[in-house]
Design a protein around this ligand. Sequence first.
Ligand code: ADP
Ligand code: MG
Length: 253
Amino acid sequence: PDKGQPLLSVEAATKRFKGLVAVNEVSFHVKSGEMVGLIGPNGAGKSTMFNLMTGTLQLSSGRTEFMGENITRRSQRDIALMGMARTFQHVKLRPQMSVLDNVALGAHARGQCGMLRAGFNLDTEEERRIHAEARRQIARIGLEGQEMEAAGNMPLGTQRLIEIARALAADPVLLILDEPAAGLRKAEKQALADLLSRLRKEGVTIMIVEHDMDFVMKLVDRLIVMNFGTKLFEGDPQAARADLGVREAYLGH
Ligand code: ADP
Ligand code: MG
């Protein structure tokens, strides 16, 4: 998609869990090449919003569109194949597997043969291509030389970077990151911020959920703020900082 074209459209997305409306009629767009932040207090509905976009959860009502196609009822797998790649709030790596194999799984996610054949029966050329791609992404996060380490032995900050590398190995059209800075030490946060600004310069379209407002404000083009399932604010990061409703949502928590 051309830069500036709408890539993702969310229209009146709503998710009900029994008595709770976790996401309530939320609408927004993400354009190609943009980096958009989604922030809000704990329980605001941010992860649920991501789960609705990626097909991890089905909407109760509303509509989602990706690259001009209605994806409202599409499966997580179909949406991933279309080019939406994500990380999770709680790191989901395979701890016993090597860094290389974890990242290679991302490339498999969009490869012709898909996850089912990951690790089995791959013709060697496809396997070589996938491993080369995985190594390229590992270099991008500064972990060259550590490809064969078990992912579970790495510090949390590194595991989060590995998750991003795995998502990037799928060559995503849209990269979705759920609290990538959570639990990171200062130096790890800085490494993550550097990676994200590099990706942004390269024109990767990114949507990022982050609890740490200061961290995300420096990075993004636009901020969406949620509170109690609704969209409280959308616009310039600086304007968000000045917005009374946003300040109240954060201070009142
Ligand atoms: P955030 O990511 O902004 O912290 P979540 O999207 O995780 O918020 O959660 C929003 C609300 O929905 C919370 O009250 C949470 O307890 C609730 N919730 C999230 N997932 C589920 C679920 N699978 N079943 C029931 N309630 C859920
Ligand atoms: Mg969350």
